[in-house]
Design a protein around this ligand. Structure first.
Ligand code: A3P
Length: 352
């Protein structure tokens, strides 16, 4: 059985305040139980860590993701008004965070002095599994005003809030797995510690096809959210990166409506949709000082350069990396996995 972890935040707060609510012994015991538990789980080669481990059907890093998932499962307190951005890594999370943050807070900020001009999108919208692993979180989830905008890479079945009785709404973004693979390969090699050899594209490809990457198998992650979105379309909005690239304003309006904040006639007249799209565009965000030189502190050990969240921001870049054979095999796997689901690759009006 999975252990119930002591939250690092509770531990450090009680230590700082000299309280006994979480003692050193309780902390150490919880982590001994955790480490023993990790030893019982299946292992495979990792992308940014020596190994990834399989927990309830999904591959996670033992150092952060598994801890984060367990902490969320035991300590996260959902609110019915919460809005979640759920994604598999490298599918467009950064863009979605920026768009939703700008949309939901559009009456609070002026576009000329917007928080997104000074802060990376990942510092504006936190991943709950990362937040709960941090000793000193960048934002206190309990103090955030409702409706809270939160993000998660956690698979649908492992995310406690997805049981719709909580009433939360959730936006998911899907992307062509060939582009996800190429994007993941570039990104994970940047995060990969120097003591580990860089992953070659061939190795990354094999791992990805076998379903071994962060919060993967990719297709299982997608299909769980896809099926849930068909069952509860009012609670789960399922988007495609390719559709958003093709018709960003259409999908931004859908997003605003979905969270109950449609653009008014006056806002349309004032060009608010275009202003949000411009602010959150790849070109604009990538060229901001904060995203050129700033960092995003995931944990004390994991610090990401903001510039690494902005690579090309295009659809179809896989063509520059994958051979015909690699493309065909990956498309075949996708076709098999998505068969009979109603979900297809590419923009919504064309098929594989
Ligand atoms: P590429 O590596 O193909 O360029 P995530 O945010 O989930 O980590 O996904 C990262 C991918 O989204 C990267 O893709 C990145 O360049 C792209 N991206 C980041 N910001 C974007 C934006 N504002 N618009 C479109 N794509 C963006």
């Amino acid at each position: 059985m999975a252990p119930s972890l002591v939250s690092p935040q509770c531990y450090y707060i009680s230590k700082r305040n000299n309280e006994a609510s979480v003692s050193e012994e309780a902390w150490e015991k919880a982590y001994q139980i955790y480490n023993d538990f990790v030893q019982t789980l299946p292992k495979a080669k990792g992308w940014t860590t020596q190994n990834v481990i399989k927990y309830q059907g999904f591959w996670l890093t033992p150092t952060s993701a598994l801890k984060g998932v367990l902490l969320v499962q035991h300590h996260f307190k959902p609110r019915p008004t919460d809005i979640f951005l759920a994604t598999s890594p490298k599918c467009g999370t950064t863009w979605l965070k920026a768009l939703m943050f700008a949309t939901m807070n559009r009456s609070s900020y002026d576009f000329s002095s917007h928080p997104l001009l000074k802060n990376g999108p990942h510092d504006c919208v936190t991943f709950i599994e990362v937040n709960m692993c941090q000793d000193y979180p960048i934002m206190n989830l309990e103090l955030l005003l409702s409706p809270r905008l939160l993000a998660a890479h956690i698979p649908y079945d492992l995310l406690p809030v997805t049981k719709t009785t909580f009433g939360c709404k959730l936006v998911y973004i899907f992307r062509d797995p060939k582009d996800v693979l190429v994007s993941t390969w570039h990104f994970m090699n940047k995060l990969r510690p120097k003591k580990l050899q860089p992953l070659s594209l061939g190795e990354a490809y094999e791992l990805f096809c076998e379903g071994i990457s962060h919060y993967a198998p990719f297709w299982d992650h997608v299909l769980e959210y896809w099926k849930a979105s068909l069952e509860s379309p009012d609670k789960i909005l399922f988007l495609k990166y390719e559709d958003m690239k093709r018709e960003p304003s259409v999908h931004l309006r859908r997003l605003a409506e979905f969270v109950g904040q449609p653009f008014s006639f006056e806002e349309e007249e004032k060009g608010v949709v275009q202003k949000i799209l411009r602010l959150c565009s790849f070109e604009n965000l990538r060229n901001l000082k904060v995203n050129k030189t700033g960092v995003h502190r995931v944990t004390d050990e994991i610090v990401v350069n903001n510039c690494d969240f902005f690579r090309k921001g295009q659809t179809g870049d896989w063509e520059n990396y994958l051979t015909d054979e690699m493309k065909q095999r990956l498309d075949f796997i996708t076709e098999q996995k998505l068969k009979n689901s109603g979900l297809t690759l590419g923009s919504s009006n064309r098929n594989l």
